[in-house]
Design a protein around this ligand. Structure first.
Ligand SMILES: [Zn+2]
Length: 422
């Protein structure tokens, strides 16, 4: 295409055709700044690798819009050939461009950018500084740890937050020490980001500091600390976490108890099973709700008695969640607890029929439905075979035995399972 007389509408056509080569040529069209601007915008949207060299040249364009688009596009493309050009731009007089360059370098993640980004930590513009901190975190090179620790002590919390996050990505002993200190930062977001970062690094040395944070009044921090301890894992972290949470269950503040129950539900079941069953009797209904919910997730048959009592709770949400939990546990005792409380359960999936409609299927129709037979073969036979093999060899034998024991005139099914009988 002849460059002479190239106009903005030509650029639009190139964009529509995704003509990257043409756009790169237009990007160098010295005579018309509008053409270069439009080409840069188009390439920014496309993010095509073929444009890298042209975009690097455009980083020096006299028009600021062109330089900005070029920097953004290069970050999107993420090609390491752009690193040197972007480092130069970190010294541009336009702060938005410096910011874009820092961000692009963070997306490219090439360690050659470290020195340039470290120098940018002295930038007067806070956004550039923050973006550089983030970029260093993305690159994840241990050489940046010392300067990031300096940033972690910056007087502006908007710098300390990404610094804590960046250190979490890089890790290392030195970072861990400083992040533990940041668990006591005066800014609550820095504190919880530090806890998240420590969880990500997973160094057991952070356990003590995180336990202190867990007991903090600040609920976000408590949540981050609990999560971090869970991630660090290991007997000690989990034991300490469970202990601290059990302690919180005795808290006079019902919010703290509710939170503790929710965390306990997140931790692998058994460690907190007794406490969760006890929490079903908490005076606060929100605590009981969380406990029933947690026990539903865990699905441990040892909670059946407690859940059976909760079926008579004054709060309907507790009753429903307890019924769901029992439905999920699904063994003979759970089923009988549900029937005793007058909760009907679906004869196919075993879920309690709480809010949705229930349907009666005549017992003959139930056992003779080909779709139910198929469902039974797929879902129940493997379990039966594992349990009582080899006496149940065929679906027919299993269904015949069920039919012989069934004294009801019809079966109750939920709306979902109804499809097996229509
Ligand atoms: Zn069902």
């Amino acid at each position: 295409m002849p460059l002479f007389g190239l106009s903005k509408s030509d650029v639009d056509k190139m964009e529509a055709k995704r003509d990257v080569k043409g756009l790169v040529k237009a990007l160098a069209h010295k005579k018309d700044a509008d053409v270069r601007r439009a080409a840069a915008k188009a390439l920014e949207k496309m993010g095509d690798k073929l444009a890298v060299d042209g975009l690097v040249v455009a980083l020096k364009d006299p028009e600021i819009d062109v330089r900005r688009s070029a920097a953004y596009a290069l970050g999107k493309i993420g090609d390491a050939h752009a690193v040197d050009g972007l480092i130069d731009v970190l010294k541009d007089k336009d702060s938005d461009l410096r910011c874009r360059a820092a961000r692009a370098l963070g997306e490219i993640r090439d360690a050659r950018a470290i020195n340039g980004l470290v120098a940018a930590l002295k930038d007067q513009d806070l956004t550039v500084l923050r973006q550089s901190v983030e970029a260093l975190g993305n690159i994840g090179d241990a050489r940046a740890v010392d300067v990031l620790i300096v940033a972690l002590k910056n007087q502006d919390e908007k710098v300390r937050r990404p610094a804590a996050e960046a250190l979490g990505k890089i890790g290392g002993e030195h970072a861990v020490d400083e992040l533990i200190i940041s668990l006591k930062d005066r800014d609550s977001i820095v504190r919880s980001v530090a806890a998240d970062a420590l969880g990500k690094i997973g160094d057991p040395r952070a356990v003590d500091g995180l336990i202190v944070a867990l007991k903090d009044r600040d609920s976000v921090l408590g949540f981050s600390a609990a999560e971090a301890l869970e991630k660090i894992g290991g007997e000690r972290a989990l034991n300490e976490l469970v202990l601290a949470l059990k302690d919180k269950l005795k808290d006079g503040d019902s919010n703290a108890r509710r939170q503790a129950v929710a965390y306990l539900g997140r931790i692998e079941g058994e460690r907190a099973l007794n406490e969760l069953v006890l929490a079903l009797k908490d005076q606060n209904s929100m605590v009981r709700i969380r406990a029933a919910e947690a026990l539903g997730k865990i699905g441990d048959p040892r909670a059946v008695d407690g859940l059976g009592i909760a079926l008579f709770d004054e709060d309907s949400m507790v009753r429903n969640l307890a019924a769901e939990a029992l439905g999920k546990i699904g063994d003979a005792r759970a089923r009988s607890a549900l029937t005793m409380a007058g909760v009907q359960i679906c004869d196919v999936c075993g879920k309690p029929l709480l809010s949705g409609p229930s349907f009666k299927i005549p017992v003959e129709g139930f056992y003779n439905s080909p779709k139910y037979r198929e469902w039974f073969d797929r879902n129940m036979m493997p379990r039966l075979r594992a349990k009582v093999a080899p006496s149940y060899i065929t679906v027919d034998m299993a269904l015949a035995e069920m039919r012989s024991k069934d004294k009801t005139s019809d079966s109750i099914v939920c709306g979902v399972c109804l499809g097996l009988f229509t």
